[in-house]
Structures are given as structure tokens and as C-alpha cells.
Design a binder for this molecule. Structure first.
Ligand code: NDP
Length: 444
């Protein structure tokens, strides 16, 4: 059995009932075969892959909190400190009822490679809780965030582990968590990113993942003699990533015609009204079903369906495994040119393979959505310097990072004979850097 197959079998055996984690490891290790097979003897002796797939540390804790009626609830909190070979652990906090160790491990594992691809000194980590922020009052959100941080603070710090936002964790939640960390530790330090601008946050961080997705998409299209101008784009999601990728896509001349949340989706043939979307999601924190109140010509449908709309470019920006094989077939039948992942692992393995086999340019999330964590790292730099950079300065750095990232994964794919396969390119480029740092630091 090859070394990769041996480690894959071990991962499945040692981590039962964690299908998303198996899926992420399988996708990465399979695409690393050319690099592993070239050094198989040495990597096997050094157990490099076993060290890569096993987190350095994983923490689970109790999060008790009191609701507005005086009822106590208990959620589980998680932090997986996956790999610190190239810098402090860095990765978001997901608050969603589906969260468990398998989900956090899949996200943390992906984060190792994504963070390496940014070219910045950040290791991989991820955290979260099965707490559901939907329908909670501000006070309940604060109670949860304070309880969550009153345990997590023991394990994090500006030079050890720097969490950020993810699904369910936005500026409000980061604010409550930061306040509690400061109170408990008695230090004001850049322990979280995605902070408000009044207390150490970075300009562009809110927009960064969505903007970055469009910057890398633009660069890829440019290298294929195409552009975003007048392209029809379908987007899933209506959260942080989706909102700002719609904003940047519109600025770059594309027409975005869909968005979605977990209850339904909107098709607006005249182009999504961004002001309405922000009002619904950022101000009212409401469901997309009320979008029609703003735009009577738009359609609202319950359930899922954005991939059925004819488009040039598809940007999945909601959650994992939301673009399935049948969706990929429909997109291809409708003539899609590119699929670029804003979310983490939104496309299943079969759907990815189908898109690639049918000549669709496919940018995987670990490259395409790296703008968020890259800008988080820029926030860390500003906090360390105790300086605040302008919007233009951060935005220019983000553009530079995403452009370099595209060429980095493109070159890695070419180097190993997989030209145009950005999944392989991203995994190989990220792996080469992390593996070299791990080898240099000995068996730790
Ligand atoms: P948000 O919580 O802001 O938005 C998530 C969106 O996806 C919401 O519209 C939500 O709908 C929808 N959604 C969530 N879960 C499901 C589900 N199970 N089925 C259908 N729709 C769902 O999160 P973000 O925008 O921050 O994150 C979106 C994705 O991007 C995630 O995969 C995240 O890991 C990834 N990402 C985020 C980064 C960031 O900087 N924020 C950085 C890199 C990646 P509803 O409100 O109804 O739940």
C-alpha cells in the first residue's frame, strides 16, 4: 500500500463518524501524491503525513449560559490548534448547530494550507460551538460569547493562537469575546481579528474574503483572456462572504443575479440590490424572504436552487457541500465558465471532478477565500506595530496577495504536470511550505 493510502486508512479508522474531516484529508492527500511519492521513503520515516493530519492539540469545553427567561443552556466549545509550523495558529470561530469536532477538524486542516498560501506567517487552527445565534437577543449573544471566552482565553494569545470570525461570528460576537478576554487577562492585545475599527480592527477586514475572491477570480480570468465585465454571476449565501463578493463583482462590471440563506434563495434578473441585501442581513438580521418587499420583480423560492440559473460564473459562498454533482451537471449544461469557492469546501469531490473534467476553471476555497485570513494577518501586523493603515493601503496589499497566490498555485500545478488544476496546485504549494518548515524544526 502506498504511504498516502496507509495514512488515509488510518485517518478514517482513528476518527470515526467525521465524514467532512475524511473528505478534506482525502482531497488534500490524493492531490499531494506527486510530491509525496517523490520523497516517499523520507516522509514515511519521518511520519510527516501522520504529523500533518493529527492536530497538535484539540480542546473541547463546556459553555453554560443563561437565556432571557432565566433558563440555563449548555453548549460545547471547540478549538483545534492544528499546525504551528509557520506561525501562531490562526482560524475562525464557527457558531452553528452543526458544529462538532469533525467539522472543526476539516476546517482546521484546510486552514493550514490556506494560511501557507497567503505567504504570511500564520499556522492553522479553527474553533467554534454548536450554539445557534439565530433568533437570540443581543444579551443572550453576549452571555454566550462571554462564557465561551471565559474558557477559551486559557489557550489563546496574540503570539500563540489568534481566532477570527466565521459562520455565525461577526463583528458583534468578536467584540463581546474581545471584551471578555481583556477583562480576564488584563491585557489589550491583538488576540482576535475582525475587531471593530475603534479598538484595533483593520479597514477592509469586513470586505476581505469577498473582495479577495473577486481579485483572484479576476486574475485567473485575465490569464485566460477573459474578464468579469458583463458576466452573469450566481452566488449562494447572504452572509459576510457573499455580501462583499457581490459588492466587488458589481464594482468590476459583473451582474450578480442570485443569493441565498438557509431557508431560501432569491433570483433578481435585474441584479441583486446590495443596499437591500445589507439592510435585510446586517441591519434587520432577517430572512431573505422579505427581499421581494424591496424588489417586486425578483423571485423568492424556498429551499435550494441557485445553481439552476444560467450563468458564466458561480460563486458558492454559504457552507460546505452545498454544490453537488447534479448542480455541477446543471451548471455545465448551462455553459458555466468558472466556479470559484468563497465558502470552505462547498463543492463535493464528485462535483469538483465533474467541473474540471468539463473544462470549467475551478478555484478551491483554500486559495480563493484566503483573502479573509490574509487581511486578518495584516490586522495582526497593525496591532503589533500599534499603527492603523488606510483602506487603500490594506486593499492594495490584499490585491497583491491574491494575485501572487493565483500565480503561486498555477506554477505549482505546472511544476508537477497538472497545468490548470488549481486544486492540485493549491494543495501542493501549501504543502511544500509547511512540510519544509516541519522538517526544519525536527520531530516536535
Ligand atoms: P455568515 O454566517 O456571515 O453567512 C453564512 C451564509 O450561509 C448565510 O447566508 C447562511 O444562511 C448560509 N448558510 C450557513 N449554513 C448553511 C447551511 N447549512 N445551508 C444553507 N445555507 C447556509 O458566514 P460567512 O459568510 O462568514 O461564511 C460563509 C462561508 O465562507 C463558510 O464556509 C466560511 O467558513 C467561509 N469563510 C469565511 C470567511 C470570513 O472571513 N468570514 C473566510 C474564509 C472562509 P442563514 O443565515 O440562514 O444561516
Amino acid at each position: 500500500m502506498s504511504y498516502v493510502d496507509e495514512v488515509l486508512a488510518q485517518v478514517i479508522k482513528q476518527n470515526p463518524n467525521e465524514p467532512e474531516f475524511h473528505q478534506a484529508v482525502e482531497e488534500v492527500l490524493n492531490s499531494l501524491r506527486p510530491a509525496i511519492e517523490a520523497n516517499e521513503e523520507q516522509y514515511r520515516r519521518d511520519a510527516l503525513l501522520e504529523r500533518l493530519v493529527n492536530p497538535e492539540r484539540q480542546i473541547r469545553f463546556r459553555v453554560p449560559w443563561v437565556d432571557d427567561n432565566g433558563q440555563v443552556h449548555v453548549n460545547s466549545g471547540y478549538r483545534v490548534q492544528y499546525n504551528s509550523a509557520i506561525g501562531p495558529y490562526k482560524g475562525g470561530i464557527r457558531l452553528h448547530p452543526s458544529v462538532n469536532f469533525g467539522i472543526i477538524k476539516f476546517l482546521g486542516f484546510e486552514q493550514i494550507f490556506k494560511n501557507a498560501l497567503t505567504g504570511l506567517p500564520i499556522g492553522g487552527g479553527k474553533g467554534g460551538s454548536d450554539f445557534d445565534p439565530k433568533g437570540k437577543s443581543d444579551r443572550e449573544i453576549m452571555a454566550f460569547c462571554q462564557s465561551f471566552m471565559s474558557e477559551l482565553f486559557k489557550y489563546i494569545g496574540a503570539d500563540t493562537d489568534v481566532p477570527a470570525g466565521d459562520i455565525g461570528t461577526g463583528a458583534r460576537e468578536i467584540g463581546y469575546m474581545f471584551g471578555m478576554y481583556k477583562k480576564l487577562r488584563g491585557v489589550f492585545e491583538g488576540v482576535l481579528t475582525g475587531k471593530g475599527l475603534t479598538y484595533g480592527g483593520s479597514l477592509v477586514r469586513t470586505e476581505a474574503t469577498g473582495y479577495g475572491l473577486l481579485y483572484i477570480t479576476q486574475e485567473m480570468l485575465k490569464c485566460h483572456g477573459e474578464s468579469l465585465k458583463d458576466k452573469i454571476v450566481v452566488v449562494s449565501g447572504a452572509g459576510n462572504v457573499a455580501t462583499y463578493d457581490i459588492e466587488k463583482a458589481q464594482q468590476l462590471g459583473a451582474k450578480v443575479v442570485t443569493c441565498s440563506d438557509s431557508t431560501g434563495w432569491v433570483y433578481d434578473p435585474d441584479g441583486i440590490d446590495l443596499k437591500a441585501l445589507k439592510d435585510i442581513k446586517e441591519v434587520k438580521r432577517a430572512r431573505l424572504s422579505i427581499y421581494k418587499d424591496y424588489r417586486p420583480n425578483a423571485e423568492y423560492h424556498e429551499g435550494r436552487g441557485v445553481w439552476s440559473i444560467k450563468c458564466d460564473i458561480a460563486l458558492p459562498c454559504a457552507t460546505q457541500n452545498e454544490l453537488l454533482l447534479d448542480d455541477a451537471k446543471q451548471l455545465v449544461a448551462n455553459g458555466v465558465m468558472a466556479v470559484c469557492e468563497g465558502a470552505n469546501m462547498p463543492t463535493t469531490l464528485e462535483a469538483t471532478e465533474y467541473l474540471q473534467a468539463n473544462g470549467v476553471y475551478f478555484l478551491p476555497g483554500k486559495a480563493a477565500n484566503a483573502g479573509g485570513v490574509a487581511t486578518s494577518a495584516l490586522e495582526m501586523s497593525q496591532n503589533s506595530e500599534r499603527l492603523h493603515w488606510s483602506f487603500e493601503e490594506v486593499d492594495a496589499k490584499l490585491q497583491g496577495i491574491m494575485t501572487d497566490l493565483y500565480h503561486n498555485i498555477d506554477n505549482a500545478a505546472k511544476k508537477y504536470g497538472y497545468e490548470g488544476n488549481y486544486v492540485v496546485g493549491a494543495n501542493l504549494a501549501g504543502f511544500e511550505k509547511v512540510a519544509a518548515a516541519m522538517q526544519a524544526q525536527g520531530i516536535v
